[in-house]
Design a protein around this ligand. Structure first.
Ligand code: SF4
Length: 196
């Protein structure tokens, strides 16, 4: 997830929002962007085959968790792309992944639980705003991960959680990305919903 190809070419910079809520978020987004820059610099030596496997949670059995402030940044990036409907169709399933319990049936995109933010070209639609968990997932094919320091990762997590706690009550309690997006969708009516 750290290097999923991007279709989001705009930098993760803050944009002035004239609403009081938007004004309140600007400094928090700036702090989060600064942390993300540090994270990316810390892991700059790692390679990524950009297979998009890590954006298919049914394949990896893992899903990134997001705090409230990370989700707010993702939602802003989705809006900047023209909304969830503009992200496009779900990419095709990966080759070489089979369900052995069902006679080696090839997995469908539904089985793969593809992240709703992965577009039909296999690119992350909100790449520069992707959550911390996406920036620090290294699959077994990644190289240069020997120096990844778990204490360093934990320190970044603490900083992001502190920021999230300032953003919203209990905002630091991370939730799986898909569940957080679905919750945001049901409350705003504008979350990721797309064609397959
Ligand atoms: S937000 Fe979704 S598509 Fe983007 S890197 Fe993370 S898992 Fe992949």
């Amino acid at each position: 997830m750290s290097r999923t190809k991007s279709s989001d070419r705009s930098p993760a910079k803050t944009r002035t929002n004239t609403s009081p809520e938007g004004d309140r978020l600007v400094p928090l987004f700036e702090e989060l962007a600064a942390i993300y820059r540090e994270v990316d610099a810390s892991f700059a030596g790692q390679s990524c085959p950009a297979s998009t496997e890590c954006c298919r949670f049914g394949v990896t059995g893992r899903e990134p968790y997001v705090t409230s402030i990370e989700l707010a940044l993702v939602q802003r990036a989705i809006a900047a792309r023209g909304g969830a409907r503009a992200i496009g169709r779900t990419p095709p399933p990966l080759a070489g992944h089979e369900d052995n319990s069902r006679g080696k049936r090839r997995l469908t995109t539904l089985d793969e639980r593809v992240c709703p933010l992965l577009d039909e070209r296999g690119r992350c639609a909100i790449y520069t705003s992707r959550p911390f968990g996406c920036r620090t997932y290294f699959c077994e094919r990644a190289t240069g991960t020997a120096g990844v320091d778990q204490r360093g990762i934990n320190a970044f997590v603490r900083r992001i959680k502190d920021l999230a706690a300032r953003h919203a009550p209990e905002g630091d309690l991370g939730r799986p990305l898909t569940r957080a997006l679905a919750g945001a969708s049901s409350s705003s009516g504008s979350g990721p919903r797309r064609r397959r």
